[in-house]
Design a protein around this ligand. Structure first.
Ligand code: HEC
Ligand code: HEC
Ligand code: HEC
Ligand code: HEC
Ligand code: HEC
Ligand code: HEC
Ligand code: HEC
Ligand code: HEC
Ligand code: HEC
Ligand code: HEC
Ligand code: HEC
Ligand code: HEC
Length: 305
């Protein structure tokens, strides 16, 4: 309770309090009658009376907010999980004295409740969380500083270790020409679209399609795409193969490109799927199936003559 008997008592709080107490106690004081005077007498004997007869109730956040509109508004709009009672953090307040220079001493400390959530690299909480009453409002330029001693690495990677590690392991032009803060620009957490900077391989492709084959954090390394990736997406670059498979309808035409090419450039052999269907003799003479079958994308077999 020590807080409420502070040395600093602004005059408006007295005015508000006084009005409240007068309306609350005034009528009771005026009802008169023998019983009430007796009670009053007793009260005088045993303790405070009149305007001092009440317990002081702690101020609610709204009451603090009457004077501290700015802090209250931040909490109201962007307080997030900090929307609890002011005095949970401000165990003491109105005790600042410029002569003592005790500001830092009386202010709440993040670490009393949080310890070091981002590890020992980030001890100075309020460098980034500049507004404790809106703890997730973070100025972007505090985050994209270079990490000393590590060329081309920005602070982002210290927290986002997975993306940082992928960047380092499989570098692309994104490392040198864009970097984290070039894509995730301006606001922390913003996610860009590839199409902000690139044309698609073909008209009907959308942003989400890009991620089937590319990771933004290792863009030059084509990832293991899912088997359902549409054949037309491959056809955007391999036009002839795609149109052969489409137009010369064989049982291969029903297959996905990715079934025979599970990663980019990988080729599953005929034998992986068919074994040696024509008997040992023939296959000894013609080791290459394509001597007769010409093209997996353009079956069936050329008749030997
Ligand atoms: C999550 C903890 C927390 C809560 C809840 C909180 N504050 Fe604060 N407040 C702080 C911290 C930390 C500072 C210190 C800022 C600094 O060191 O400059 C602060 C500073 C202040 C200041 C000094 C001026 C300023 O903005 O730096 C005032 C006034 C203040 N708070 C009022 C309030 C009021 C009123 C409420 C409730 C409506 C409230 N605070 C709720 C943590 C909190
Ligand atoms: C009647 C107006 C009024 C009310 C109500 C009020 N304050 Fe203040 N408060 C002030 C003034 C005036 C100052 C000094 C100037 C400044 O820093 O804004 C101050 C300063 C502060 C400070 C910074 C300096 C210090 O000594 O702590 C904090 C923190 C603070 N108030 C918190 C609170 C909290 C929490 C509440 C509610 C429990 C509250 N105040 C209620 C007027 C008020
Ligand atoms: C009195 C204890 C207390 C103090 C002091 C305090 N916090 Fe918190 N903070 C909490 C609690 C409790 C939560 C909610 C935790 C949860 O639900 O996971 C929280 C949540 C947060 C969040 C997440 C907010 C959200 O909406 O998701 C951030 C960021 C944060 N605190 C930063 C800070 C910083 C920075 C400081 C110092 C300026 C600070 N806190 C001071 C108790 C405190
Ligand atoms: C380099 C900038 C930076 C520093 C320094 C920093 N933080 Fe953070 N903090 C962030 C960012 C960015 C987030 C993510 C905010 C979001 O989710 O939008 C965050 C999130 C949090 C959260 C939310 C919990 C979570 O993991 O989602 C808490 C709590 C927190 N910080 C507390 C602290 C405390 C306590 C300190 C000091 C010991 C501190 N931060 C120092 C940038 C920083
Ligand atoms: C101090 C630690 C910290 C720093 C520095 C930091 N972040 Fe974050 N970031 C977080 C936390 C915590 C979250 C929220 C929790 C989560 O989703 O991992 C987050 C969330 C994100 C998200 C959203 C993730 C999602 O799932 O939507 C992106 C994108 C992001 N950060 C990018 C960046 C970039 C780019 C930088 C550098 C400019 C950066 N961060 C700097 C801690 C940090
Ligand atoms: C070329 C643009 C680009 C660059 C450069 C880039 N990112 Fe991303 N990042 C993205 C896109 C796009 C996504 C969304 C990917 C998705 O949805 O799978 C993303 C997602 C993320 C996420 C959220 C991951 C998740 O699982 O939710 C984080 C965190 C992140 N990036 C951090 C970073 C960091 C750190 C760097 C630098 C080392 C970086 N990014 C560099 C474009 C980029
Ligand atoms: C902020 C702009 C920006 C965004 C967003 C972006 N890129 Fe890039 N990207 C570039 C620049 C700049 C280059 C290097 C110049 C060039 O090749 O056009 C590049 C290069 C590439 C390369 C070639 C890499 C190399 O090393 O050869 C690929 C692949 C690529 N981007 C794919 C993507 C994909 C996929 C996405 C979405 C996940 C994406 N980019 C998002 C700007 C961007
Ligand atoms: C089916 C897989 C696939 C999809 C889907 C895909 N890409 Fe690609 N992309 C590739 C392959 C493979 C390469 C490498 C070609 C090479 O080696 O020259 C490539 C190369 C690139 C390049 C660098 C070379 C160039 O053409 O400039 C960029 C940029 C690129 N893709 C952007 C995108 C974007 C944007 C999308 C989404 C609209 C996308 N990609 C969707 C497979 C794909
Ligand atoms: C952006 C254009 C692009 C897209 C999209 C693309 N490729 Fe390619 N692909 C190339 C280029 C360029 C080469 C040759 C250079 C190389 O090996 O990277 C190639 C090589 C190949 C090879 C190896 C050829 C050989 O001679 O070894 C196969 C197989 C292949 N691609 C299949 C696919 C499949 C399947 C898809 C769809 C999942 C696909 N490609 C999507 C551009 C692309
Ligand atoms: C039934 C399996 C199968 C299917 C389906 C298939 N391929 Fe192939 N592909 C192969 C085999 C086997 C080879 C190797 C042929 C050789 O050795 O000459 C090959 C070779 C290639 C090559 C390199 C040689 C060339 O002909 O240019 C490319 C590019 C290619 N395939 C792309 C594709 C694309 C794109 C699709 C889907 C439109 C696709 N493939 C569907 C089995 C398949
Ligand atoms: C990923 C497995 C796979 C690979 C690799 C593969 N095939 Fe097939 N092939 C099939 C399937 C599945 C069928 C359809 C079988 C059925 O319906 O009975 C088929 C059918 C065929 C047929 C019959 C076509 C028709 O329309 O009747 C021929 C001929 C054939 N394959 C030849 C080859 C040759 C030659 C190669 C190598 C260049 C090859 N296949 C590679 C899976 C594969
Ligand atoms: C000497 C020429 C020749 C060679 C070499 C050859 N085939 Fe064939 N294959 C044929 C002929 C001819 C047919 C029948 C075509 C038809 O029915 O249209 C055939 C049919 C097939 C069929 C379809 C069978 C069916 O029951 O429908 C498959 C699958 C097949 N071949 C796979 C292979 C594979 C795998 C190899 C290599 C290991 C291979 N072939 C090598 C000539 C050849």
């Amino acid at each position: 309770m020590k807080n409420y008997y502070s040395t600093f008592v602004p005059s408006s709080i007295c005015a508000v309090g006084l009005c409240f107490l007068l309306t609350a106690c005034g009528p009771a004081g005026n009802t008169g009658g023998p019983e009430s005077s007796a009670a009053k007498k007793q009260e005088q004997d045993s303790g405070p009376s009149g305007i001092y007869a009440m317990e002081i109730e702690p101020l609610t956040p709204v009451e603090c907010g009457r004077c501290h509109n700015y802090q209250f508004k931040w909490l109201q709009d962007k307080g997030g999980k900090h929307q609890f009672d002011c005095t949970t953090c401000h165990e003491q307040f109105h005790t600042y004295n410029p002569r003592k220079g005790n500001w830092d001493e009386i202010m709440p400390k993040c670490q009393d409740c949080h310890d070091l959530p981002h590890g020992k690299d980030f001890p100075a909480c309020m460098e980034c969380h500049q507004q404790p009453h809106a703890p997730k409002v973070i100025q972007f330029d505090k985050l994209d500083k270079a990490v000393p001693g590590q060329e081309g690495v920005v602070t982002c990677s210290v927290c986002h270790k997975n993306e940082g590690a992928e960047f380092a392991r499989l570098p692309s032009k994104h490392n040198t020409e864009v970097n984290c803060q070039g894509c995730h620009a301006e606001v922390h957490g913003a996610i860009p679209s590839c199409l902000d900077c690139h044309d698609p391989h073909m008209k009907q492709q959308e942003y989400k399609d890009c991620l089937l084959c590319h990771s933004p954090h290792s863009a030059a390394d084509i990832k293991a795409y899912p088997e359902e990736v549409p054949n037309i997406a491959c056809g955007a670059c391999h036009e002839t193969v795609h149109s052969n498979l489409q137009t010369n309808v064989t049982k291969h035409s029903a297959l996905q490109c990715a079934t025979c090419h599970p990663t980019h450039g990988e080729i599953t052999t005929c034998r992986d799927c068919h074994g040696e269907p024509h008997g040992g003799e023939l296959h000894k003479r013609f080791t290459n199936c394509l001597d007769c079958h010409m093209d997996p994308h353009n079956l069936p077999a050329k008749t030997q003559s």
